[in-house]
Design a protein. Sequence first.
Length: 260
Amino acid sequence: MDEQLPVSSSSQSNPSWSRDELILALDLYLRHRDALPSKHHQEVQELSVFLGKMGRALGITTAASFRNPNGVYMKLGNFRRWDPEYTKDGKSGLAKGNKDEEVVWNEFASSPAKLASLVSVIRNTVNLGEQLGSQLRQLDEPDIHEAAEGKVVTRLHRARERSRKLVENKKKQALAKYGKLACEACGFDFKATYGSAGEGLIDVHHIRPLHSLEPGQKTRLDDLALLCANCHRVVHASRHWLSLDELRTTMDLPVISPSG
Ligand SMILES: [Zn+2]
Ligand SMILES: [Zn+2]
């Protein structure tokens, strides 16, 4: 569960590939599955430049050249060995790589629509970097496990949950409708338990699937759910962020119908 710490200054300047980077490389791989492009190919060069831009936007690197075209080319080779289309003839691909390649392959290679929309969110978000200000540079939070979809959408998600105005409007809406602020997963009501000390306390969680986030798009109150601090913590506690129904299942509570 612990992230590997860089062991030397050279590995610091060249950390292992992040989820986001692997997702973008997988997308390039799948579009050239039959014949991998060389390091001189325009799309390999483009991805190399883009990964540098993303690394700087996230505050991961300050290097002008972060992932060179050869590194991108090698990464495509690393995906080879997880590709059944390729290995069925007894070929094996490049053995050395990052353990996450297999995981990313398993999570996204057979869901092209989800992969395409996730790639577009990541790219659009990074391209909007300047407009998003410091949102992408937020430090990773101890209780929030980076989502399977990567750092860019993790930070986008958290930025939306922290929007003061949206949080206040969501609370106002719930108070007007139900007369209380109760957790939508477990029903916990801070005020009922803690009295006036718990007044107004509740977390706001953004429920849209990460691959469908649109950078720059307005968040609707319906995209938000009220969760108690415990439930919210559990939702984000592992790489696979739980849906509210999955959360309720872990608590042996009946799942909520989609219309709810
Ligand atoms: Zn709860
Ligand atoms: Zn959340």
